[in-house]
Design a protein around this ligand. Structure first.
Ligand SMILES: [Cu+2]
Length: 298
């Protein structure tokens, strides 16, 4: 009889442990899905790169203009609560392809809050869809998921000094057929400055699984050529026939975002660059512009 009581007591303890375990897993799931709060500032200012002076409009992390765009990284399951401050004297939008495309105007000098939820892991473009916004550089990346892997970001953009002045003063509202950029940038930097960009230069090891987001925020078609490795194109937002291809060179259409997976199979220091070599110059001097490095340790 005592044995039976002991057996029942043992089963009860086991059930309680199991219930506790299920409860813990439930709470853990709840706590893993968090709301991330962030503030973006739309800032506009002239800047000098090479020997040219441009007008730039960017999404910064403070009221002070910096020649860079914020990159937003979210874990899978996270929601984003965003406060956007427009420091420009012109109206802008906060637009995310497929996520935020209505009621998203932010008046000049005004603010607006946005709540974002994502259902598919991957890379998303956010930008001001005003002509004088995205064509002055207000275009960047939200990465949702892949948080357990190294993630890198290459935001390709090029600009003409005189055109940027005309865009800023709203004297043009289309890209002229004769458009000829003076400067070619990744993350608004040129080689060799890109060597110090933690989002651009890849420092990893053989066998790592690396995710690279490539965004074409520019006004022309871009191409990339990898030396040393092939990459798998996970998703291409416009040219979806690329999906699943393993290539060392490919194009990125205007406004397109690509998610790439690189698993290096050999050590070395290799370049990855725009395949149109004019785009690998700064002030007409080769090497510059859109040239980036892959540093892979054994
Ligand atoms: Cu090459």
């Amino acid at each position: 009889m005592y044995y039976l009581y002991a057996k029942i007591a043992y089963i009860c303890v086991c059930m309680k442990t199991l219930t506790t375990l299920i409860w813990c897993l439930f709470v853990a799931k709840l706590t893993f899905s968090v709301t991330v709060y962030d503030t973006l500032y739309i800032n506009k200012a002239p800047y000098t790169l090479g020997s040219f002076t441009f007008q730039a409009c960017v999404f910064n992390d403070s009221v002070n203009f910096k020649l860079e765009n914020v990159i937003i990284e979210l874990n899978e399951g996270d929601d984003l609560q965003l406060h956007v401050v427009n420091n420009d004297i012109l109206e802008h939008t906060f637009t995310v392809d497929g996520i935020v495309d209505a009621n998203n105007n932010i008046p000049a000098g005004g603010v607006k809050d946005f709540s974002l939820s994502f259902t598919t892991i991957g890379a998303y473009r956010f930008y001001s869809d005003k002509f004088y916004g995205k064509h002055l550089g207000a275009s960047s990346i939200i990465m949702y998921g892949y948080e357990n892997y190294p993630r890198y970001y290459w935001n390709m953009f090029e600009q003409s000094a005189s055109l940027s002045q005309d865009i800023a003063t709203q004297q043009v509202n289309t890209i002229p057929f004769t458009y000829q950029p003076d400067i070619f940038t990744i993350n608004l930097k040129v080689y060799p400055d890109l060597e110090n960009d933690i989002h651009a230069k890849i420092n990893q090891q053989v066998g790592d699984t690396i995710y690279i987001t490539v965004l074409n925020s520019g006004k022309m078609f871009h191409t990339l050529h990898f030396h040393g490795y092939h990459v798998e194109i996970i998703t291409a937002s416009i040219n979806s026939k690329y999906n699943g291809w393993s290539k060392d060179s490919f194009g990125i259409l205007i406004d397109e975002i690509l998610l790439l997976r690189l698993v290096p199979d050999q050590p070395g220091l290799f370049p990855v660059h725009e395949h149109n070599l004019i785009n690998v110059t700064t002030n007409g001097v080769y090497l510059g512009g859109m040239l980036n490095l892959l540093n892979i340790q054994p």
